[in-house]
Design a protein around this ligand. Sequence first.
Ligand SMILES: Cc1cc2nc3c(=O)[nH]c(=O)nc-3n(C[C@H](O)[C@H](O)[C@H](O)COP(=O)(O)OP(=O)(O)OC[C@H]3O[C@@H](n4cnc5c(N)ncnc54)[C@H](O)[C@@H]3O)c2cc1C
Length: 389
Amino acid sequence: MDVDVLVVGAGLAGLHTATLLARAGHDVLLAERRPRLVGAIRTTGIFVRRTLDDFALPPECLGPPIRRVVLYPPSLRRPVELVSDRDEYRVGDMGPLYVEAARTAAAAGVRVLLGTRYEGRGRTSFLLTGPDGPIRVRARFVVGADGARSRVARDLALDRNRHLLTGAEEVFAVPASDRPPTFHCVIDPAIAPGYLAWVVDDGRHAHVGVAGYADRFPHGMRRALARFSAAAPGLDGVRRPGVDCVDGDEAAEAAGVERRGGPIPVGGVLRRISCVDGLLVGDAAGAVSPLTAGGLDPCLRLSEHAATVLDEALRAGRPDALAHYDGGALRAHFRGRLALRRGLARVRTPVVATAAFALLRTSPGRSATRRILFGDASFPDRPHRKYSR
Ligand SMILES: Cc1cc2nc3c(=O)[nH]c(=O)nc-3n(C[C@H](O)[C@H](O)[C@H](O)COP(=O)(O)OP(=O)(O)OC[C@H]3O[C@@H](n4cnc5c(N)ncnc54)[C@H](O)[C@@H]3O)c2cc1C
């Protein structure tokens, strides 16, 4: 096959980049190893207000708005409650959302190949393996939208993510109730070393998860999740399916629990994310907030920038246009958040977490936390077209 652009990976970054390029008139092939986009989901899917304002995500794929955040110390006692007067978050129904985004991409002219793995780069072409065997693709440019451990980044000799958290969560339906939709966060390095444990309950689904540095979970992440899940805050009176399915994913699924998980790059945007043959977007480029570990807003914004640069390069026939796609320049924007990430990484014991929590209870502590949770800071804006279906 001969195409203008080969995009590897149909997460939101790959789907959005491919759609924008096809709309600009380019011939785009999108290869995704997952046979079905509703399976093997790796994200909780919390979209922040700025994303909801700037990108036209399908409303039927979004849960009810969340305005309330409750933060807990390791003891779970005397939590801090923060309530915004605006709708701050909505949780995406990610399977249908990916399917809808793929439909949009196909309608724009993208050839979407599911069940098709990118295997590597040859001298003159890229090798994919699909359900019917190998496919050789000659592409002017390749886009690595293949996640935190990007194979494309390796093949293009670009920078690769080294600073990673690992997260895992369980998702299950909850019965309608009068509980206000709430994002509960527990700061306890014994169950979530270097990050948070969470319960997101939007009144339709509950997501119960932990994330942290993989080598710091004393008994492994699965055990930490099971321990947290057994006493997770905010779910009093909610019938919990599959609580005894500690190891078996299939048994959990049969009980109505979906298990998700994966790596989260938190070292900031990588410096070298483009070369004359292509570029990286989304997690592959390290485009995740080092502090909150949110990557959905950054992946959509960086995709807009990537599509603009690739469009220019294809129109002008000048691969050096990709030099404008510079991770170093974007990285500068995250200095403060990288410093806070280093601070969070140093909270290694429940005693330190409890002491840090005392600061959070003060008036300046609460204001700073409100700014992080409800503020307008986001990935740097680029001139972009509104994302529409
Ligand atoms: C447990 C967890 C919870 C999270 N929760 C949130 C949240 O609530 N809000 C938020 O903003 N961020 C969250 N994040 C981060 C966010 O999910 C990611 O930053 C975002 O999804 C990245 O999108 P992406 O398209 O770059 O990568 P991905 O969504 O990872 O997509 C990469 C795609 O590439 C495919 N692929 C990989 N290798 C190949 C190959 N060789 N050939 C073909 N296809 C390939 C994969 O199958 C995948 O579909 C979370 C992350 C984790 C792990």
